[in-house]
Write a protein that binds this ligand. Sequence first.
Ligand SMILES: Nc1ncnc2c1ncn2[C@@H]1O[C@H](COP(=O)(O)OP(=O)(O)OP(=O)(O)O)[C@@H](O)[C@H]1O
Ligand SMILES: [Mg+2]
Length: 393
Amino acid sequence: MNVAELLADKRVCVCAGSGGVGKTTTAAAIALGVAAAGARVAVVTIDPARRLANALGLEQLDNEPTRVDPERLRGSGLELAGELWAMMLDPKRTFDELIDRVAPSGERAEEIKANRVYRELSTAVSGSQEFTAVSKLYELAETGGFDLLVLDTPPSRSALEFLDAPGRLTSFLEGRALKAFLRPTGIGMRVLGRGAGPLLGALRRVTGIDVIADATTFFSLLGGMTSEFSARAARVERLLHAPETAFLLVTSAESEPIDEAVWFRRTLRDRGLPFAGVVVNRFHHDLGARGGAGAPGGDADIGGDAGIGGALAHALGAELAGRVASNLSDYHVLAERDAANVARLEAELDGEPILLVPQFDGDVHDVAGLARLHRYLFSSDSERTMLIDDLVA
Ligand SMILES: Nc1ncnc2c1ncn2[C@@H]1O[C@H](COP(=O)(O)OP(=O)(O)OP(=O)(O)O)[C@@H](O)[C@H]1O
Ligand SMILES: [Mg+2]
């Protein structure tokens, strides 16, 4: 099984997973692979490493996909039969565009965008990236004309943030909670009551910020738009639940991300969201013990170290050989741990595929690196086994 087969009848692929596991790189490699095979693909990346962004020609944030010049792939061994488009998400701009679209008039949109509560909200890192990523995805699905959209997800600590944050922000924009809070007889006033009055007054004098007044203005400006937010949220939910959408879980083989992946898998199942499979990135194959094995749950053989140490001593001298052998033995421990974690994940799945991508010896920050990742994602099972055997050589 490979990514091309997984995404054969899909129009949206959401790469989700815990922080730092390789979501952004995997999303880019997937988009590259599907475009290489002939499709018109756009990848929406979030905070890509600068070097990766440069490699794709993403020098500025213009918040719309731009076409990646096929020349950039020269020398990577890949040719683009289709079109690769890429963008870096600009949450503030996406939020502004949403307000422009939803506001009844340009004037109202400007007023909202100038409001302090709105400015805080649209630039807050937590929540607004998730919200705007999904919002952008929806826009592109509606109007972009792409065969496939690949969405990277924000570097949240928890993968589940991605599923929950957009809804939280929508219900905030719908204003129910805050309106109740701010009503003169609402709980907010009762709680804040006499105690908070002087406090907020002092805050206003010192900072010039009148929180309550700003919030009240904000919600009155949004008045009338709330049903549009709800309707949009419902359409976005439909897109995420559609059979043409696939959530692809990206994880490393470490314990915590695997736990997270298990949780994420369960949550997708509970919410009826479409799940395609898992990419376990930065996997340590048990190279010393390989003889065509290395599949998840495959046996790790750590018995050979003494023999290898002995053979190396001849070639390298005792001290260096000792260090190499001890490195190898550390690697075996990592490989065993990875295999056990992946087996644990596998037990959670309903037979959906797990694609293993090895830990490379350097970062993936250029087109050659993406092409390398691409080989593991897009090759057949037997080709992949050969690639892993080549790692030993
Ligand atoms: N298979 C790999 N081997 C070695 N390095 C890798 C591999 N995959 C990704 N990397 C490197 O790991 C780092 C993190 O990758 P990436 O930025 O894609 O993760 P992420 O999940 O998007 O992180 P964040 O949650 O912060 O957005 C990058 O420096 C990338 O080059
Ligand atoms: Mg990332």
